[in-house]
Design a protein around this ligand. Sequence first.
Ligand SMILES: C[S@@+](CC[C@H](N)C(=O)[O-])C[C@H]1O[C@@H](n2cnc3c(N)ncnc32)[C@H](O)[C@@H]1O
Length: 298
Amino acid sequence: MKIHLPDAVGACIEAIAGYFDAADLFYGHGTDSAGMEAQWLVTAVLTHDGVAGITANTPVSPGQRSRIASLAMQRINGRSPLAYLLQEAWFAGHCFYVDERVLVPRSPIAELVANHFQPLLEEAPAQILDLCCGSGCIGIACALAFPDSNVVLADLSADALAVAQVNIERFGLADRVSTCRSDLYDSISGAFDLVVCNPPYVPEDEFRELPPEYHREPAMGLVSEQSGLAIPLKVLAETGRHLHDQGLLVLETGYTWPALDAALPDVPLLWLEFEHGGEGVCALTAQQLRRYFPSQGQ
Ligand SMILES: C[S@@+](CC[C@H](N)C(=O)[O-])C[C@H]1O[C@@H](n2cnc3c(N)ncnc32)[C@H](O)[C@@H]1O
């Protein structure tokens, strides 16, 4: 197949969307339709060339058309999420560097960051931990939302931490954001006002059935044993002793949330609602964690 493109942005987006639709791609990595994905691709290529004020009539040069066509072919033939091909992902209004070493950022926690975790937090958090940080998107977005905070980005994957470090430097945050290689809390010291955690929570059998785009992501970012619950349960059990008394845990378990809820019938997990889509994020205070997970609590 050869991709032919018109020479204006609007028509180019329409043409790419048509190729994507025909290829029956899966959208779940920052966009939810062929049209959105085509718009991102075309505007990103022009923006990387320094083109500003892009409208439907903005001309697309032959060189730009050839790059757009080549990226579209890679998207179609390789089923790679577009974020990896462009090496960028938008999260909480910020553009992060990403590649195949990290999951493509898409957590609904972005909406909580944008709202400064209101009404869950009474005060701006000074010490923040992003556990299972991947690209560092959640922790770095928190650092940008709370300019007086110090943030630790922790992950078991050295590859992921290398990407997180690129993002720390991209946003000029090296003075107050650091990385830590840790198997959950094993190498984490100190206590925090806010722990944000989007851990792996996909059951192994469900992972095998996911569309090809998900198999381009690191499996250790997605899969968790015990029907997806092993890592979320460990996080719940261990966070109490890493929070200050007024601290808060915000934990994502995505569509595994009903299973977690059923496994912990006595724990008052507060499932949050999102205006811009997403589900399966709960909040628990330090006091609740210590009460309901006492053996690890203090
Ligand atoms: C779902 S991804 C989330 C990445 C990022 N927080 C985001 O929202 O895009 C989960 C991350 O957890 C990391 N991870 C998996 N097992 C871990 C463990 N035992 N301890 C720490 N991090 C772990 C993976 O390397 C991956 O980066």
